[in-house]
Design a binder for this molecule. Structure first.
Ligand code: SF4
Length: 274
């Protein structure tokens, strides 16, 4: 008999859940509430909140508004957004995830500290992603964004470097970038790096691999614009592909919940569906 199981670890991260609760609380009080960008990369949830009265706007529309209430989503925003809000008398409902907020503060501190040997601030992240724009904004637009290991090759490794990561990037690739920089850096310069990857995402990788290994057919449900979703799907895909290419059976530890002892899976992973 076909059994269907939903991964217990799936669902929105706490940063997004908190932002949604904040929106719901504000909407319950009545009045108009705007949200700068989609509150979550999930069209059904966006539609649900829209039906409750949440109006999603872009940055151009935001700059035209005055005397209204605007919710900032979990990704965070650069300082200019707060400055526009101040000038236009916009009340900000700040739902920036505390993990992102901490990262913004760290980057700002590194950028503003007095240092005769100025560091290059490097962010491993996706160019143009809202969280990354918020991080780069802490450095007056000066931080350099690299999206993948190959892009580390274009860094000037004769200058001091301070490396951070967008919260949803891959831990493995971050480690590879660190190793690349360490092995190519000029001996007289300093290299500081900070693993700022959110464990809400990183911890999902071992869980999702284990879940996939215990099922024959996996449906991966995610908004197509979700960085989290894309990263997890890519990781799962390459992991399963490598296992199959090796021709190995995957033996996983006994699953205490289901009582299964070992599994020889016939994998099939669907495309991302949203
Ligand atoms: S930092 Fe982590 S918890 Fe916060 S919004 Fe990003 S993925 Fe979610």
């Amino acid at each position: 008999m076909t059994q269907i199981e939903i991964d217990k670890e799936s669902g929105f991260c706490f940063g997004v859940v908190t932002a949604i609760h904040k929106a719901e609380e504000e909407l319950a009080q009545g009045g108009t509430l705007y949200c700068l960008g989609d509150i979550v990369h999930n069209s059904r949830e966006v539609e649900r909140l829209k039906a409750m009265g949440l109006i999603t706007i872009n940055h151009e529309e935001f700059a035209q508004l005055k005397n209204v209430k605007v919710l900032l989503r979990a990704h965070g925003e650069p300082p200019e957004t707060y400055e526009i809000a101040r000038q236009n008398n916009i009340e900000i409902i700040d739902a920036t995830c505390p993990v992102v907020l901490r990262l913004q503060k760290r980057i700002k501190q590194a950028y503003t500290q007095e240092d005769p040997h100025r560091k290059q601030i490097i962010i491993y992240g996706k160019n143009g992603h809202a969280e990354v724009l918020g991080l780069v904004g802490q450095t007056n637009g000066e931080a350099i964004v690299i999206e993948k290991l190959e892009e580390a090759e274009r860094l000037d490794l004769s200058k001091n470097i301070c490396l951070y990561s967008q919260t949803t990037k891959s831990l493995d690739e971050f480690g590879q970038i660190v190793e690349y920089i360490k092995s190519h850096l000029s001996p007289e310069v300093t290299f500081e790096y900070f693993d700022t990857i959110c464990r809400q995402v990183a911890n999902r990788i071992p869980n999702i691999r284990k879940f996939a290994a215990s099922h024959d057919l996996i449906f991966f449900v995610s908004g197509k614009k979700s960085s989290n979703g894309k990263m997890l799907f890519a990781d799962l895909w390459s992991h399963l592909y490598a296992e199959m290419a090796d021709g190995r059976n995957i033996q996983i530890p006994p699953d205490e919940d289901s009582g299964k002892e070992s599994i020889n899976p016939r994998f099939e992973l669907t495309k991302i569906i949203s």
